[in-house]
Design a protein around this ligand. Structure first.
Ligand code: ZN
Length: 133
């Protein structure tokens, strides 16, 4: 299934765990593998801590410092930093599904990583049945 997310800022991590859980539930798959894929070049997806919001802030601040927008990029669109950051995050993650639920760790959250927002982004969720981990 596919759902859309409206991102609120140029750079932000949006927790999409709830929407992905809904998709896993709708799939009817008890045990298998869930792939979360972002079909964009200036946004990615990542798994990290969702307990302390400072972790997400730190990730964004670190990336902003290490990949400055005004670096000597050739791409003329002015959003090359966003392309680099999106590749650093990656376009997909995979999470085991066990007993119909995402087997995320206690402190793990699933984030859409926006680097050229605000925009409406799509997220594809594919759940395939398979063995338990
Ligand atoms: Zn571009």
């Amino acid at each position: 299934m596919t759902f859309s997310v409206q991102t609120p800022e140029r750079e932000c991590l949006v927790d999409v765990g709830g929407r992905v859980r809904e998709a896993v539930g709708a799939s009817g798959v008890a045990d298998g593998l869930c792939t979360v894929f972002v079909p964009h070049t200036t946004a990615g997806v990542t798994i990290n801590e969702n307990a302390d919001p400072d972790v997400a802030r730190d990730i964004l601040a670190f990336l902003a410092e290490k990949v400055p927008r005004d670096w000597r990029f050739r791409h003329g669109e002015g959003n090359s930093d966003a392309h680099v950051k999106a590749s650093l995050m990656g376009a997909s993650v995979q999470v085991p599904v066990v007993g119909g639920r995402l087997a995320l760790g206690t402190w793990q959250g699933l984030y859409l990583a926006e680097f050229d927002g605000p925009r409406t982004r799509k997220i594809h969720v594919v759940v395939v049945p398979g063995a338990r981990p």
